[in-house]
Structure formats: C-alpha cells, structure tokens
Design a protein around this ligand. Structure first.
Ligand code: ARG
Length: 454
C-alpha cells in the first residue's frame, strides 16, 4: 500500500517515479522529519486521536529510527520511497504495525515539508553563524598582528592612499558582521511553525498550534494556513544571505589573489592552501581563493533559480516547490565550506611588510597630503588639487616620488611650499591624519579592534 495508492489502479511509469521522487535530495531532512513527527504524535494525543500509550509507542519507535539515521543517514538512500516523509512513515509502520498508520491523521505532507525545511534551515543557520563568527575572529587576529603594517589602499586598482593592513582586515570584518546580523534576522523571521496547517485549509483537529510550535522550539505558530504551506521566504532569505556573504567572500578572495601575485608580492599564502603546477615548477597558485571566488557564482545562481521557481506560483502548495531543496542544500554546503576555507587561508597568510610599505610609497599616494598642506596655507582646495596635479606630472617626469623632489623644484608649482612640507609627505603622516571615526589612523584601528574584541 503506497502513500496515495487508493485512487489509482494503473502503475506509474519508472521514468515518472524517478522524476517525481525527492528522497535522493530530501533524505537530509530525516532528523527534522522525525522530530516533527514526534511533536505531531503528542499533538494528536492532546486531542485524543492517540491514547497516551499509543503516543508513547510511536515516540519510542521514532526515537529508535532517529538513532538509526543519525548513525548512518545514507542507509535511507537504499529505499525506493518517494520522499523522506513517506520513508519515515513506512519505517514506522514496519516497526509498530497498524499503529504507525495513525500518525498522519490531520497532517499533510504540505505542512510537514514546510516544517521540516524550516527546522533544517534553523539548524544550518546556527552552524553558519558560528562559522561567520570564527572567520571574524581569524580576521581580527590578523588585524591585531598587522596593525603597524602599511598597505597601499586602492581605488580603480590605482594606488590611492595608504592604509594599514589591519584596516583592510577590519573592512571585511564589517561585511561578515553584517552577514551574521542578516542571518540572525532571517532566522528570527522564519521562527514560526507551519505544523497543523494541513494541506492548505488548516487541520480539522482542535490542536493547540502554539503549544505545538513551542514543542518544536519555534517562537510562535504561523497565522494563515494557505500562506504557511506555500511560503518559501525562508529558503529565499537563506539563499539571499548566502549570496551576499559569498559576494563578500569573493571580493576578499580577489584582494588576496592580487596581493599574492608576483607583481604585488604583498603576502604569501601557506602551503596548506595553495597548489603547484604540473608543468611550471616555480608556481604556487592561490587555488583556494580562486575557488571561493568562483563558487560565489553557483550560490547566486541558486538564489536566482529559486526566485524564478517561486515567481507567479498560485496558492497554495505546488510540486514546483519541491525544487527548493537541491539549490538550498548545495548553497548551504558551499557557503559553509567556503567559510571554513577562508578561515584556513586567513590563518596561513604571511604579510611582507617591506613590500607593502614600498608599494605604498610609490604611486603618489601622498598627493592628497600635499593638497591638504596647501589648503592649510590658505589656498582653496580646488586650486590646491590643480597645483598638486601639476607637481605629480613633474615628479613623474623626474621619475621621483613627491617627497624626493628638492624644495626649489616644488616651489615652481607653488611658492607657498616651504621646507616644512616634507614632514607632511611621509606615510606615517598620511596614516596618522585619518583620526575621524572609521579612519585608518592607529588610534582608530585600535579602537575598532577593542570594540570587536568586546
Ligand atoms: N516531496 C514533497 C516536497 O518536497 C513533499 C510534499 C508533497 N506534497 C504533495 N502535495 N505532493 O515538496
């Protein structure tokens, strides 16, 4: 006797079965399906559909099944059940006989799958939040170590103004902090139990859905049964948080790939996260970072895929929605391994302070300082900007940094330039001037580090 066999006399085709079955994907929700089923059996007992004794028998059998699947989730894949819900029900009937057939009273796979998936999202979300915290820790540790390391800051990939390496680290800390917050917001919004909404119209048993929600660790029960079984916002949100975070990871990866080039030589990544070439013995490739950069594409693709699957779906449940899991599971796995990999890479980084300092000295990244110097002497900024632009052209022609130009030469651009100009042109002066909140001065970076450590 199948799940829905009574209405049918003919056989389903093998191709349809293969096409329709979701067990190969949703077997990963076995734990959640069993936990949800235990809670449902208690709800049924509360409205006298099950006796206390029957409920206890079901709960014991479900717990035994839980231990079984936790020991080896892949055994599920040997079954030809349609999905994880029918697999659990089938196993229960195998274990306790006809009593097992009572469990699905008043429940539909529609509220069941919605509940399972939310429970799954919550569990994964909590793990991902811990991984984000660990990545933030790794970046804060690197920032602490590299507080005095000067790094050229770029705009348009042109050297712009010097910053510290710590300041760079803390920029990514900000992004991953926001991801963590976004994830927490998403988890809070999805913290409502759809169980007890039936197929679409609600369940015909007077179950206390709030108590049932509490039993499953949800903050509350959902409010509308039609919405409850057809809502996949939590999937979209998790995919969206993962996509934004993967974009952050890919930007960090790109910076590191660039810093690691022979041309830049700002840092070296550890042997444990790099690979060699089969042909060119000198190579040490930043594969881990390139994969992080690349995998972001697949994550964003899953978000797009699910958005388009949900678009214009009529209420309530439609089988289209079964497509929600493959992309979500893959995204969660991908995001999670990328975070782990990023932590390992960050921990392995060795910064070459001399190279970053030299690079920050080149590229006229103290030109703004010269303009500010002229402003202090009473020249309006726009005019100062123009004067310094001409001075930079002169310095390029002389093949020298601004600070190596003799005073007589500098004076040809403005007679306001005096001997005291040189102290403003050092990298240290450039850095120390950025004292307003969020700037790269030592004081500000220290304050930021202290705040993260709290
Ligand atoms: N395997 C299905 C899914 O993942 C379970 C829900 C089936 N509901 C239905 N009405 N056919 O969406």
């Amino acid at each position: 006797m199948g799940l829905w066999g009574g209405r049918f006399t003919g056989q389903t085709s093998d191709l349809f079965k293969e096409f329709n079955d979701s067990l190969p994907v949703d077997y990963r929700m076995a734990e959640q399906d069993i936990i949800g089923s235990v809670a449902w059996s208690r709800a049924l007992a509360s409205v006298n559909v099950l006796t206390a004794d029957e409920q206890q028998k079901l709960e014991a059998a479900l717990n035994a099944l839980l231990a079984e699947v936790q020991a080896d989730p892949k055994v599920i894949l040997q079954s030809d059940a349609e999905d994880i819900h029918s697999w659990v029900e089938g196993k229960l009937i195998d274990a306790v006989g006809d009593l097992g057939k009572k469990l699905h009273t008043g429940r539909s796979r529609n509220d069941q799958v919605a509940t399972d998936l939310k429970l799954w999202c919550r569990k994964q979300g909590e793990e991902l939040s811990e991984l984000l915290a660990a990545l933030i820790d790794a970046l804060v540790t690197l920032a602490e170590r590299e507080q005095d390391t000067v790094l050229p800051g770029y705009t348009h990939l042109q050297r712009a103004q010097p910053v510290t390496f710590a300041h760079w680290c803390l920029a990514y800390v900000e992004m991953f902090e926001r991801d963590k917050q976004r994830l927490a917001n998403a988890l809070e919004l999805m913290n409502a139990s759809p169980l007890g909404c039936g197929a679409l119209a609600g369940t015909a048993y007077a179950i206390d859905r709030e108590a049932l929600a509490q039993d499953l660790g949800f903050a509350r029960a959902t409010r509308n049964s039609l919405d409850s079984v057809s809502d996949r916002d939590h999937v979209l949100e998790l995919l969206s948080v993962a996509s934004i975070s993967s974009v952050h990871l890919s930007r960090m990866a790109e910076d590191i790939i660039f810093y690691n080039t022979g041309e830049a030589g700002f840092l070296e990544m550890g042997d444990e996260v790099t690979s060699g070439s089969s042909l060119m013995p000198q190579k040490k490739n930043p594969d881990a970072m390139e994969l992080i950069r690349g995998k972001a594409g697949r994550v964003v693709g899953s978000l797009t895929g699910m958005m388009v699957t949900m678009k214009a779906l009529p209420l309530a449940y439609n089988k289209d929605m079964q497509e929600d899991k493959e992309g979500l599971f893959d995204t969660v796995d991908t995001w999670s391994i990328c975070l782990k990999m990023a932590i390992l890479c960050i921990e392995s980084i060795k910064v070459n302070k001399e190279r970053t300092y030299q690079a920050a000295q080149q590229g006229y990244s103290n030109a703004t300082e010269l303009a500010d110097y002229l402003v202090a002497k009473g020249i309006p900024f726009r005019e100062a900007h123009h004067i310094v632009g001409r001075a930079v052209v002169g310095a390029i022609a002389a093949n020298k940094p601004l600070e190596d130009m003799p005073i007589a030469e500098l004076k040809t651009f403005s007679d306001q330039i005096e001997d005291d100009v040189y102290q403003h042109l050092t990298i240290e002066a450039c850095l120390e001037k950025r004292v307003a909140k969020g700037g790269t001065s030592k004081e500000q970076v220290k304050a930021a580090l202290a705040a993260y450590k709290k």
